[in-house]
Design a protein around this ligand. Structure first.
Ligand SMILES: Cc1ncc(COP(=O)(O)O)c(C=O)c1O
Length: 434
């Protein structure tokens, strides 16, 4: 069965089997019965194929290429291990992400720590871990050097403009909290060189979920110019230029998928042209979304249908399970797990159980008639899905299941009431009134 027109098709790991939606041949209804809902279900095969496509596109054009998985997209250790198995390093944004990457087998030399506004304690932890450090601001350098000397250092450059993705995700440009202008960063490169740090890199991250290949050409040109400027002030070609994340995926049927080969060709051509000579320069990418977003669906169960105009369908997943719609107005396709009926269905609003009016999963979604107990699958939920889940309204976070070569296995158990209160001292707990 194929979804009706106007509905985003699912990647090849998913499909309708005996009338119901399945992942890698496993029925989502069976998984919901076995593991409960809400439930994040991830396809191992899709993550592997995303990683291989990405590696081929860049390595064929820039042999000294490295993929650092942006762990923040989904920091489940099983996912980080899977991507390590596909040869990825790690882009980490917190001390815990560094620990997860290290225990997934990523060597310190393949980890870049990019912290926004880090404390000295965090900088010290990164130095102790021996990972490369990417500073957001050159004024952080003297503070870092008072603690210790990193082997590898880069600065996050803000090119002064952004190509925000479909949801307006902004990572650069005027007024952005991230990065330093090139002239400001050059001061940092001079000081780093004077302090004896020889392994220097450049980093930029001017947009997220970008679907136009042209954007990556602009990133390559900016990095190339920056490579030349850094060479001028330090007398050496930096070790790496890191183009950040930002490779987008379609969330709705009207969005055209990114032409990855075109993006890689534009980025590498512009970097070579503007940065020459680039011999010995490594190119790094830090994709999060591209690797994991479309590997995962979030299964949820209908709890109630409130008739009205429009009808409002309540589910057991809300903004505490998947925050993106409430946070950015992000669109996620929503599929009936039992499949599309023959009729045209009706347009409904989908909501969760949270006491906020922004707790909306989608509006105007044309779905078959739904009743309490029916299952829905929210698409493209693998990036910034579980990792942004919260316990708001004192609700336990959902379970995660990975489906692949070892069958369907739980990679994170569903939280319990006890988990919610684990950090409250027993003396504060009181007793249940009789
Ligand atoms: C520094 C950095 N690198 C990489 C990423 C991953 O971005 P994406 O998921 O768009 O690939 C992010 C996202 O926030 C980021 O801040």
């Amino acid at each position: 069965m194929t979804p009706p027109r106007g509905v985003l098709p699912l990647p090849e790991s998913f499909g309708w089997r005996e009338g119901g939606l399945a992942v890698e041949g496993k029925s989502l209804s069976d998984l919901a019965e076995r593991f409960g809902t809400p439930l994040y279900v991830t396809s191992e095969g899709r993550i592997r194929s995303n990683a291989r496509r990405l590696r081929t596109a860049f390595r064929s054009r820039w042999p000294a290429h490295r993929v650092l998985y942006a762990v923040k997209a989904n920091s489940n250790p099983a996912i980080v291990r899977l991507l390590r198995d596909e040869g990825c390093g790690a882009d980490c944004s917190s001390p815990s992400e560094i620990r997860i990457a290290r225990s997934a087998g990523v060597p310190a030399t393949e980890i870049l720590y990019t912290a926004a506004y880090p404390s000295e304690e965090e900088l010290g932890g990164a130095l102790d871990a021996g990972v490369a450090i990417n500073l957001d601001d050159p004024d952080l350098l003297p503070r870092l050097l008072r603690i210790g000397h990193p082997t590898t250092l880069s600065f996050r450059l803000n090119p002064g403009r952004t190509d925000a993705g479909p949801e307006g995700l902004r990572f650069a440009g005027r007024g952005s909290k991230f990065g330093a202008s090139l002239p400001r960063a050059l001061k940092g490169y001079r000081e780093a060189r004077a302090a004896g740090i020889t392994e220097l890199g450049l980093h930029t991250m001017p947009g997220s979920n970008v679907l136009s290949a042209e954007h990556f050409g602009r990133v390559g040109a900016f990095l190339g110019k920056a490579v030349r400027a850094v060479r001028r002030v330090t007398g050496q070609t930096p070790r790496f230029a890191d183009a950040g994340g930002g490779l987008g995926v379609p969330y709705r049927s009207t969005e055209r998928p990114l032409d990855l080969d075109d993006a890689a060709a534009r980025l590498t051509t512009a970097l070579r042209r503007e940065g020459e000579p680039t011999d010995g320069l490594e190119l790094w990418n830090e994709p999060g979304r591209y690797l994991v977003a479309d590997s995962t669906v979030l299964i949820c169960r209908v709890t109630h249908v409130k008739e009205g105009s429009p009808p409002i369908v309540g589910t057991d997943a809300g903004m505490q399970t998947l925050l993106r719609p409430a946070l950015y107005g992000a669109y996620h396709e929503i599929y009936p797990v039992a499949g599309y009926g023959k009729g045209p269905g009706r347009a409904v609003t989908l909501t969760g159980p949270i006491c906020e009016n922004t707790d909306i999963l989608g509006r105007g979604r044309r779905l078959p008639s739904l009743a309490p107990g029916d299952l829905l699958a929210v698409g493209t939920a693998g990036a910034y899905g579980f990792s942004m889940a919260s316990q708001y309204n004192t609700r336990p976070r959902p379970a995660e299941v990975l489906v692949g070569s070892r069958g369907a296995r739980v990679i994170r158990t569903r939280e319990t009431y006890d988990d919610l209160l684990r950090s409250v001292p027993a003396r504060e707990m009181g007793v249940v009134a009789e």
